[in-house]
Write a protein that binds this ligand. Structure first.
Ligand code: 13P
Length: 248
């Protein structure tokens, strides 16, 4: 069993004062206890500097929500993985469904970004998940297999990647997959990783579940086999809720 990873994706929410309150509250808990999970927060790019200065030297890790595949160049508005690493990030989300939908990111874009992240020394949290239509039509595992096969870097170091299974229909909707649904997909992802990296290495990769995770369902979801943590949206914006998801 790997140590659980609890990641908070703030999406496009927050402000300087919000960040200082939330990170301050989280740190007062994390630093006081010997917690059994690792915590990461992924604020919007404009808040990374504030959050990194608050989290510096603490057990709280910080991640970006996206990165560009190139190291530098004429890409207005984008941030390279190298720069995220340089300012102190440890992680970056790649392929979040909102990036795939809002910005048309394909598996090959996600692969290029994840490759750039690894090269820069960041751990990419590579997001995958089926839409409601894909689930209803019985294509969930097919979609997951395609996404895992096509979004992971070719030369991925298994010790430096995290996967996040987020069924698109469960994101921000209050609907969560049942523990049986989650087990089916997470076991399937684990076996895909085993065929790629071998059992020992694959067993050490964190596979997170995301989609309407909250304190009231976290214990049940985190107890499912092959669920090694959570990627939390809305509930990561409240100290008590985010904390309660990771520590009980
Ligand atoms: P919610 O927890 O708000 O459903 O968001 C999940 C998510 O997209 C995290 O990346």
């Amino acid at each position: 069993m790997v140590r659980k990873l609890i990641a908070g994706n703030w999406k496009m929410n927050g402000s300087v004062s919000f960040a200082s309150e939330l990170v301050g509250g989280l740190l007062s808990k994390i630093e006081q206890q010997d917690v059994s999970a690792d915590f990461v927060v992924c604020p919007p790019a404009a808040l990374l500097g504030s959050v990194l200065s608050l989290a510096k030297g603490t057990k709280l890790s910080v991640g970006g929500q996206d990165c560009h595949a190139n190291v530098s160049g004429a890409h207005t508005g984008d941030t390279s993985a190298e720069l995220l690493k340089d300012i102190g990030c440890g992680y970056v989300l790649t392929g979040h469904s909102e990036r795939r939908t809002d910005h048309g990111e394909t598996d090959s874009d996600v692969k290029a970004k994840s490759t750039a992240a690894l090269k820069a020394g960041l751990t990419p949290i590579i997001c995958i998940g089926e839409t409601e239509g894909e689930r209803v039509s019985g294509n969930t595992l097919k979609v997951i297999e395609q996404q895992v096969t096509n979004s992971l870097p070719d030369d991925a170091d298994s010790s430096a990647i995290v996967l996040a299974y987020e069924p698109v229909w469960a994101i921000g909707t209050g609907k969560t997959a049942t523990p049986d649904d989650v087990a089916e997909v997470h076991n399937f992802i684990r076996e895909l990783l085993v065929s790629r990296f071998g059992r020992e290495a694959a067993n050490k990769i964190n596979i997170l579940y995301g989609g309407s995770v909250k304190p009231s369902n976290a214990a049940e979801l985190l107890a499912v086999s092959n669920v090694d943590g959570a990627l939390v949206g809305g509930a990561s914006l409240k100290v008590e809720d985010f904390w309660a998801i990771g520590v009980r």
